[in-house]
Design a binder for this molecule. Structure first.
Ligand code: ATP
Ligand code: MG
Length: 409
C-alpha cells in the first residue's frame, strides 16, 4: 500500500500556512489490511480509518457516483485498484486535490499548484455539482484566503450559481450546513463568505432573510454606508477584526433582519425593526439548528441592540428591565457578548470603524451596580417570597438611579 498526505495539509504547506490536521489517503489496500494494522474504522460503510496512535484520518482511495439527492445519495467505491488520480478527481477544489508522498513529491494532476499561484479557487471537475455542500465550502475557503488575494474562478462561480438555482441546496441537512457556516464565520474575513454566497445566488436560498437586506436603505446620519446589507457585512468584518467568538458573530449577522420587513414607504426609517426581526431570527436559528448559546444571543441582540446604543439615555427602570432580560446575575458572560455585538454594530458603519463606544463601559457599570445590591440585609428585615423579589428590585432600581446620576454628573 502507498500512503499520501492529501487535501488541506498539502495546500497549507505550499501556502506557508500552519498545518493543523492532516488527512491521508491509502492506495492499494483493503479494509482487512487496514484493520490488521490496527486502524480503527470510523463508519460502518465508509472506507475511513483512524490511525491507532496519531488518531489522524486515513481514507482508502475511492471513487464516488451520484445516486440521489443530498449527501446520502452517493455510492462509494473503494478498492485496491482505485488510483490516486481517481481519488483526487472527486475532490472539490484543485488546491485541495494535491497529494504528497513521504519524500514531499507532489502529485498534482489537476493543477492545484498553478491555481495556488494564480490565487484561484477552481473546481476539479464537473462532478463538483454532485454535492451542494461544496457551494458553502468554496465560500468558506474564499473567506479564509481572501487576505491572500484568492477569488473564486468565474467558471466555478457559474457552477455554484447553477447549483443554487437547481434546488439542490435545499437537500442539505442542517448539521452539514451549520458546520460550514460556523467555521466560515470564524474565518478572518467572514463577510466574504456571505458575499460569495450572495454572488452565486445561494444566500437567497439559504438565508433569504439576510439576502433581503441588500438594497434596503437606512438613514445616512447614522449609517453613512446607507445599505443595510453592506452594513451587516461591515459588522461581521468588525467582529472578526476584534476576534469575537462565534456567538457574537452569529448575532451580528442576524441583528438587523427586521429591516428587511419595513414597507418601502417607511424607508429609510425602520420603526420597531428590533421586535419585527425576532421571528426571522428564530426561523434562521431553527433552520440551521444553531447551538443554544448562538440562538439565544442572536435573539437578545436582535431585540435589544438599540437599547445598547442608547444606554446612557435609558430610564433606570428600562435599564433594569434590560439587565433582567439578560439574567446578568447568573449569565455575566452573555451580557458581555451582547455589549460586544452592540459595539461591532456601532463600528460596522462606513467611516466610523474607529469610533469609541462609551456605552460599553456604561452598561458594564450598570450591571455591576445592580449586582452589588446585597440580599442579606433584606432577609434580615424579614422579607421573603414575592415580597423579597419586589424589595430586591426596588433596591436595584435605587442603585441604578444613583449610578445614572453619578455618571451624568
Ligand atoms: P481544513 O483546513 O478546513 O481542514 P481541508 O481542505 O483539509 O481544509 P477537510 O474538510 O478536512 O478540508 O477535507 C479534506 C479534503 O477532503 C479536502 O481538502 C477535499 O480534498 C476533500 N473534501 C472534503 N469535503 C469534500 C466535499 N464535500 N466535496 C469534495 N471534496 C471534499
Ligand atoms: Mg482537513
Amino acid at each position: 500500500m502507498q500512503i499520501y498526505k492529501v487535501g488541506g495539509a498539502v495546500r497549507d504547506r505550499l501556502l506557508g500556512k500552519p498545518v493543523t490536521d492532516i488527512d491521508w489517503v491509502v492506495v492499494g489496500a483493503t479494509t482487512e489490511e487496514m484493520l490488521a494494522k490496527g486502524f480503527r474504522p470510523v463508519g460502518a460503510d465508509f472506507p475511513v480509518f483512524l490511525h491507532p496512535k496519531s488518531g489522524e484520518e486515513y481514507a482508502l482511495a475511492r471513487t464516488e457516483r451520484k445516486s440521489g439527492r443530498g449527501y446520502g445519495g452517493f455510492t462509494f467505491h473503494a478498492s485496491p485498484e482505485v488510483t490516486l488520480e481517481e481519488d483526487l478527481i472527486r475532490r472539490d477544489l484543485t488546491i485541495n486535490a494535491m497529494a504528497e508522498d513521504d519524500q514531499q513529491n507532489l502529485t498534482d494532476p489537476y493543477h492545484g499548484q498553478r491555481d495556488l499561484e494564480a490565487r484561484l479557487l477552481r473546481h476539479v471537475s464537473p462532478a463538483f455539482a454532485e454535492d451542494p455542500l461544496r457551494v458553502l465550502r468554496v465560500a468558506r475557503f474564499a473567506a479564509r484566503y481572501a487576505g491572500l488575494g484568492f477569488t473564486v474562478a468565474p467558471e466555478t462561480l457559474e457552477l455554484m450559481r447553477q447549483l443554487s438555482e437547481s434546488g439542490e441546496l435545499e437537500a442539505l441537512t442542517a448539521e452539514r450546513s451549520w458546520k460550514e457556516i460556523s467555521r466560515a464565520l470564524m474565518e478572518d474575513q467572514p463577510q466574504v463568505f456571505i458575499e460569495v454566497l450572495r454572488e452565486c445566488g445561494a444566500l437567497k436560498v439559504l438565508m433569504p432573510e439576510v439576502d433581503a437586506l441588500f438594497g434596503v436603505p437606512q438613514p445616512e446620519a447614522h449609517h453613512p454606508e446607507i445599505d443595510t446589507g453592506v452594513h451587516t457585512l461591515s459588522v461581521l468584518e468588525q467582529a472578526a477584526r476584534h476576534k469575537q467568538p462565534l456567538t457574537v458573530r452569529w448575532a451580528c449577522l442576524l441583528h438587523d433582519l427586521g429591516k428587511g420587513l419595513t414597507p418601502e414607504e417607511e424607508w429609510p426609517r425602520h420603526i420597531a425593526h428590533e421586535h419585527k426581526g425576532l421571528k426571522l431570527i428564530k426561523a434562521v436559528n431553527e433552520r440551521f439548528k444553531a447551538p443554544k448559546d448562538c440562538q439565544e444571543l442572536a435573539l437578545l441582540v436582535g431585540e435589544y441592540h438599540t437599547h445598547g446604543h442608547r444606554a446612557q439615555e435609558l430610564k433606570p427602570s428600562t435599564l433594569l428591565a434590560l439587565l433582567q432580560s439578560f439574567d446578568i446575575y447568573r449569565r455575566p458572560q452573555r451580557f458581555e457578548e451582547f455589549i460586544a455585538a452592540c459595539e461591532m454594530d456601532a463600528r460596522g458603519r462606513k467611516g466610523l470603524e474607529q469610533r469609541s463606544y462609551p456605552q460599553a463601559d456604561y452598561l458594564r457599570g450598570a450591571a455591576n451596580a445592580a449586582r452589588a445590591v446585597a440580599v442579606q440585609p433584606l432577609l434580615d428585615k424579614g422579607f421573603k417570597g414575592p415580597e423579597l423579589g419586589e424589595a430586591i428590585k426596588r433596591e436595584r432600581l435605587k442603585a441604578l438611579k444613583a449610578y445614572k446620576d453619578a455618571a451624568s454628573a
